[in-house]
Ligand binder design. Structure first.
Ligand code: AMP
Length: 572
């Protein structure tokens, strides 16, 4: 081989923020502070300095390369600083989903072996609930100043005090770009949550891809509202992509309702917005009720769940905003496909364009896609042969953290997504079903199996099967199908109340249907496809108005923005 004669410069996450500080130092990061609701603003240069102060503080606390630092936090400038400080010292930032049950959060912290955990004021009750179950955590740090310290039984430090006296210059180490940088657990599969461990290399490459015009795009002119949470796949890479491009980054903190988001959209001249469909439904509702327009917004990227046609049409036809669908996974950092149109679609009637935009989209450069049949054959890209969707590429997981082997990783080096899809000869991927037995509601997962196990603990239940059905607000909600024990006739309410005691409240099925038997396959497994077909016309949230979706707070209530948070915690 004749080697190319180019420098071998490792791709370091710290380099992204250095670049932004030097080239876009005044471009702002705007945050609605979770502890007060006030707006905080500063530039990338300030973020760079404070992340160096944080790097000093972490080093003093004894955080060593490879060790994990947890965060239970909203999208804020402090969370942003920690992204850089922790990875920059060659440690691993472990972003924790606060919507999980406290026991699950404790399990994840212990599995990750987090040494320090940073948390927002909102989540102080979670910390008080789990601290004694997390013996490995040496320090709990509130992400605020001393003046916002809540009454807590856990001994805590505060972030502002921790970094206050530290120098704002840090000698960032340069190391192997394959070093771990960030850890995020997914509950989008069955069994225990699984950790996806991103590297510096995968993170930087993903960010470079994300700023391409047809992916998230934007550039230095953009003002990007990052509604997608930093605790769920690094906010789809925005905390890396935005500074790389020099874009303004707008962080909504804990207030994700339509009115609060609109205030930021309007006040911060937002041009790009990124989040799950449920968020865009909330904003749409606010716009309609208050007769507001979206004059500056150019593009909305909606992902995490299928984009509803009515939502797409409402924004594109009613507000002149381009709406794009993105598909991806925690295991994919997450971007896999984006639903863009091509020049040859220009002359098509609007209805045809809508049909194309409702597909999950084109693979982005860096992600290879293939569809495989049940018996392992690669299916043609004919727009109709559906099968198991598999992917590979430099920002896709090769295994889960602290697990040797999992079925999702194929022998020939692909990752099986658990989605059922087809590809067409123009490159578009369309999801047609799901092989994995989970339900995705407002962007977060419910494990069907855990729900069924909980239901089967009820003394009157013989068998139970949970399926996800379309829901106008949450995209999908659970329906539980129950075979009662002989001679028993439990009520829907009794089953729901029972599950509410065992699971997070937002897992409680919207409806319970009683049947004499469940459809079973040859191996005795419930045929979920048959059940989904049987109940496909069942309406949740409309004709059959059950109780509204349960309040979705996995976290106990706090006095801090309590009502609002309680209402909107569940919309990712
Ligand atoms: P997560 O790892 O939690 O980000 O979830 C990834 C999964 O969410 C995918 O495997 C899909 O099942 C689902 N998903 C993500 N984006 C979309 C989309 N645009 N349309 C349909 N399903 C999606």
């Amino acid at each position: 081989m004749m080697r190319g004669l180019m420098m071998d410069a490792p791709l370091m996450i710290s380099g992204i923020l250095r670049h932004a500080a030097l080239n876009h130092g005044g471009r702002e990061i705007v945050t609605r502070l979770p502890e007060s609701g006030e707006i905080h603003r500063y530039g990338y240069r300030d973020a760079w300095k404070r992340s160096q102060q944080a790097a000093h503080a972490l080093t003093k606390l004894g955080v060593a390369p490879g060790e994990r630092v947890g965060t239970i936090a909203w999208n804020t400038h402090r969370h942003f600083e920690l992204y850089y400080a922790v990875s920059g010292i060659e440690s691993v930032i472990h972003t924790i989903n606060p919507r999980l049950k406290p026991e699950q959060i404790a399990w994840i912290i212990n599995h990750a072996e987090d040494k320090i955990v940073f948390f927002d004021t909102t989540f102080a009750p979670i910390v008080d609930g789990i601290a004694q179950h997390c013996p490995g955590v040496e320090k709990w740090v509130l992400m605020a100043g001393a003046e916002h310290k809540p009454e807590m039984k856990t001994e805590i430090l505060t972030y502002e005090e921790l970094i206050a006296d530290e120098p704002d210059e840090f000698d960032w180490p340069v190391f192997d770009e394959h070093a771990a940088a960030c850890l995020c657990y997914t509950s989008g599969t069955t069994g225990d949550p699984k950790g996806v461990l991103y590297s510096h290399r995968s993170t930087v490459l993903h960010a470079m891809s994300s700023i391409a015009p047809d992916v998230i795009g934007g550039g230095a002119e953009a003002s990007i509202l990052a509604v997608v949470p930093m605790f769920h796949v690094s906010a789809w890479g925005l905390p890396y992509g935005a500074p790389m491009a020099g874009a303004k980054l707008v962080m909504p903190g804990a207030q994700l309702d339509g009115a609060s988001l609109y205030e930021l959209i309007d006040g911060e001249d937002v041009t790009y917005m990124v989040g799950v469909p449920t968020v865009w439904l909330g904003v749409l509702d606010y716009l309609r009720k208050n007769e507001k327009r979206l004059d500056k917004v150019e593009k909305i990227l909606s992902g995490g769940s299928a984009l509803p046609e009515a939502l797409l049409r409402a924004y594109e036809e009613g507000y002149g905003v381009t709406m794009q669908q993105g598909w991806g996974m925690t295991e994919m950092s997450p971007i896999g496909t984006i639903g863009t149109l091509k020049p040859n679609h220009d002359g098509l009637p609007q209805d045809e364009k809508v049909k194309i935009k409702l597909k999950q989209g084109l693979g982005v450069y860096g992600v290879e896609l293939r569809v495989v049949s049940e018996d392992g054959k690669i299916l043609p890209r004919d727009g109709k042969s559906s099968g198991h969707l598999q992917v590979r590429g430099p920002w896709i997981a090769s295994q889960y953290f602290k697990r040797d082997s999992d079925d999702q990783f194929t022998d020939d080096g692909w990752f099986d997504t658990g989605d059922i899809a087809h590809l067409d000869d123009d490159g578009y991927m369309t999801i047609t079903d799901r092989a994995k037995d989970v339900i995705k509601t407002g962007g977060e997962w419910i494990s069907s199996i855990d729900l069924e196990n909980a239901a089967m603990g009820h003394p009157d239940v013989a068998q139970a099967a949970a399926i996800g059905l379309p829901h106008p607000k949450w995209q999908e909600r659970p329906l539980l199908v129950v075979v009662p024990k002989e001679g028993c006739s439990p009520t829907e309410q009794q089953i729901q109340d029972y599950i509410a005691e065992k699971c997070a409240k937002w897992w409680v099925p919207d409806a319970v249907e009683f049947v004499e038997e469940l459809p079973l396959g040859a191996t005795g497994k419930v045929l979920k496809t048959d059940l989904r077909e049987r109940f496909k016309d069942y309406k949740l949230g409309e004709d059959k108005p059950k109780k509204a979706r349960p309040e979705t707070s996995a976290a106990p209530e706090t006095d801090n923005g309590g009502e609002k948070r309680k209402k909107f915690l569940g919309i990712f």
